[in-house]
Design a protein around this ligand. Sequence first.
Ligand code: ATP
Ligand code: NCN
Length: 197
Amino acid sequence: MRTGFPLARPGQRIGLLGGSFDPAHQGHVQISKAALRRLRLDRVWWLVSPGNPLKARGPSPLDRRLQVARALIHDPRIVVTDLEARLGLRMTADTLAALDRLYPGVRFVWLMGSDNMAQFHHWDRWRRIAAQVPIAVLARPGTRLSARQSVAATVLRPARLPETRAAELPFRAAPAWVLLNLPMSPLSSTGLREAGA
Ligand SMILES: Nc1ncnc2c1ncn2[C@@H]1O[C@H](COP(=O)(O)OP(=O)(O)OP(=O)(O)O)[C@@H](O)[C@H]1O
Ligand SMILES: O=C(O)c1ccc[n+]([C@@H]2O[C@H](COP(=O)([O-])O)[C@@H](O)[C@H]2O)c1
């Protein structure tokens, strides 16, 4: 494996939490731990993005965001990586294709908050993403209903797993997705930036 890329063995179940992490916060930790437990994952990788293609505002410097994210984590199963920047990619469809090539046999699951599911249909090649990888949507205050009623949720309705069968998700062929309810965190990077934290 190339320098700077996390290690993974074939058969391992790895959740991918893509984000700006500007800055990372306990909400990210909370959903990562919930995903590890509920989906029975071996690892969660935080893909600290060079920049969300849909966000007008450029993020803080990547090194700073990586540093803050790493300082927040005390669980060796959660791994912070800048692999999208290393690969020169920022579109999720491209990242997933590259990961499939780089990590044959690894079972990846895409993780996202319900706010992102609500607007997933605006992402570049979103149907392709849904066909590339199983997806777990983690409840976030104020967006559970809009996620459930979203364009993507409607199109992908036949592929939805009941929450009680969430642990099957990493073994499912895409498209497959689950909405995980959990004790919700109101934290957001926007809120922290506004508070000057
Ligand atoms: N409190 C939270 N509960 C559930 N999901 C969350 C929470 N915070 C972030 N996420 C999810 O984590 C991923 C990465 O989030 P991101 O780095 O954009 O943080 P954010 O708090 O949403 O930032 P911003 O406020 O700048 O949009 C996204 O899929 C997002 O939906
Ligand atoms: O590929 C896309 O079109 C796309 C559009 C919006 C968001 N994403 C990804 O979704 C993840 C969450 O983004 P963000 O900025 O809300 O933290 C992050 O990995 C982004 O690269 C990807």
